[in-house]
Design a binder for this molecule. Sequence first.
Ligand code: ZN
Length: 431
Amino acid sequence: MTVLLAPEVVLDADGPRRGLAVELDPEAGVVTAVGPAREGAVPMPGRVLMPGVTNAHSHAFQRDLRGVVERASPEGRDDFWSWRTAMYDLAGRLDPDAMEDVARRTYREMRAAGFTTVGEFHYVHHRPDGIPYEDPNALAMRVIAAAEAEGIRIVLLLVAYARAGAGRPPEPGQRRFCDPTVDAYLERLEDLRRRVAGRPRVTVGAAPHSVRAVPRDWLEAIAAHCDRHALPLHVHACEQRREITECVAEHGVRPVELLHRTGALGPRTAVVHGTHADNTEMDLLAGSGATVCACPATEADLGDGYVPAEALHRRGVPVCVGSDANGRIDPFAELRELELIARRTAERRNVLVTPGEAGPTPGLLRAAWVHGPRALGLPEARMAPGAPAALIALALRHPRIAGVADAHLAAAVVFAGGPELVRETWIGGRA
Ligand SMILES: [Zn+2]
């Protein structure tokens, strides 16, 4: 049984179009036809139907740090590392029920806000003392169950974590994240892949946490495994200057260079943040076909700095977005922030413009619809037969975008839009 929708406006990379009906197959979870409106279609007056946004980097449980971490410490120096201490306290208190509960709340909000796919960078694996649960993938399975219950498509990026840093064993707060060997990690990864096989909205990828948290031979082994099985490989890199200093001290090269040398940098790689990547590293990113996942709201919140958006754009490096710590869940803000960061830095307007395009909007929508899915090993989001049925309907007459001419509608959605525009979502073709 297909579903036939007749929105007032259909919006995708071809711009806004009127008078169309979109047919979805809920069983196959795909768009089956886009054509002239016809008899039997569900009328959707006042709605803009468009593909949902891919959220390529999330830590669902960190949502419960909202507000908690906005208090100055007595020492008077708060940064990423002091934030991390608060995050470890929260991670240390999670049990399987609490993990599933917070993931459900976060995914519900994501879906309502316009994200239809999430890449969950999942690193809380074991009991607080580091001993595995009876099922060593118990927490990953709870996160997947939460996504399935809320109907959001998930790519569970199973994190590998080994140590506190070069030559330093895990700190007590990190024990739950760690596997004893890379083989033990890869075994858990394969177990997870077997268990989700055949589930329509679940896939799995690998995620060495960072060059700080795994040694070189783990990077090599995980990269080889991902090559063999064509899996996405996500890794935090160049988020913090201290991480770069430590990487140079240990390996003699910067983080992205190390990823390159260990075989971990390729077209299926997503480098999360890339905030402090230098020119050599950005050239390597461009040459490898890797994607950079920027998380502007979180990078601002943590005082990381900001993604070198213009330099990456000039090199043709694909960039996607993530809601990361989930302090605010707003796909529209994450997307426009790529361009706004570039404007603040360059002190001019309309910076991330691809030759032949009128402005930055098409490129920002590619971050949502092309680069995000690609980073997660998924097909790109389009309004065309065969594309995933992961769609959102926006209120055309909401004050944020009301009265905007069709010619400017896509730009208004990106530059003025917000979660409050989202009225309905279809994921896998189901409302
Ligand atoms: Zn992260």
